[in-house]
Design a protein around this ligand. Structure first.
Ligand code: F6R
Length: 241
């Protein structure tokens, strides 16, 4: 594992964008695994700047997002489709046919999940997977539980996650109770993983993930097994590492 503890959120955003940009420069048909949430917003802004300067080119890249709320359509302002379009995908020269996010609006969840995994596999697998971490140690929406789930699947979001994500919705009741998430197999099969975390609220989760036992009770702890893990945290999130 390579661990970078940087000064603050700005530094984290710049450093994470640099890591991703380097990979795109090495492999222009890169398959990127992407995350949403507050943490990567600054990093996406940096990537957009680099794209605008002509430093990086997304024309041959493809992307697979980790997750989507179940029941929100793509146009919903809190859907992860909307988030990705707003922060990155509509601002760069990527071919929209090469961007993938699980569909949250489906009657056939099983089919959506199966096809998502097949598409990831057909792409040759993810070259670089970006991850944030929940305060409960989740990655994607792989919530704490008694076992790790390998495949893309539907999950019941935990109370912790509903509370944490309520800040994006008018009321707690508006937060979707379920989500579709990439499973641990696609995440761990990624050739490289970049985990980012910011703020004191993530310090315990980061400690449990990297220094605690490997357990499905802290889903991110499984990352300790990955051969090519890069972690970037700011001082607050890294306080216990
Ligand atoms: C989002 C995702 C989640 C978030 C995590 C942290 O696609 O996969 O695991 O990365 O909930 O979210 P923020 O960055 O909002 O603290």
């Amino acid at each position: 594992m390579k661990l970078y503890i940087v000064e603050n959120y700005d530094e984290l955003s710049k450093k994470a964008a640099e890591v991703i940009a380097e990979e795109i420069k090495i492999k222009n048909d890169i398959v990127l695994g992407l995350a949403t949430g507050s943490t990567p917003e600054g990093m996406y802004a940096e990537l957009v700047k680099m794209h605008d300067n002509g430093e990086i080119d997304f024309s041959n890249a493809s992307t697979f997002n980790l997750d989507e709320y179940y029941g929100l359509d793509d146009e919903h302002e809190q859907s992860y489709h909307y988030f990705m379009n707003k922060h990155l995908l509509k601002k760069i020269n990527i071919d929209s046919k090469k961007t993938n996010i699980p569909s949250g609006c489906t009657d056939d969840v099983e089919k959506v999940c199966k096809e998502y995994d097949e598409k990831i596999e057909a792409s040759g697998g993810i070259d670089l997977q970006l991850l944030g971490i929940g305060m409960n140690g989740h990655i994607g929406f792989n919530e704490p539980g008694n076992y790790f789930v390998g495949e893309t699947h539907i999950v019941n979001l935990t109370e912790d996650t509903l509370d944490a994500n309520a800040r994006f919705f008018e009321t707690l009741d508006d937060v979707p109770k379920k989500a579709i998430t990439m499973g641990m197999k696609s995440i761990l099969n990624s050739k490289k993983i970049l985990l980012i975390a910011s703020g004191s609220g993530k310090a315990d989760a980061m400690y449990m993930a990297l220094r605690g036992p490997i357990t499905p009770k802290v889903p991110a702890s499984i990352l300790q097994l990955h051969q090519n893990l890069i972690v970037i945290v700011d001082n607050e999130a890294g306080a216990k590492l």
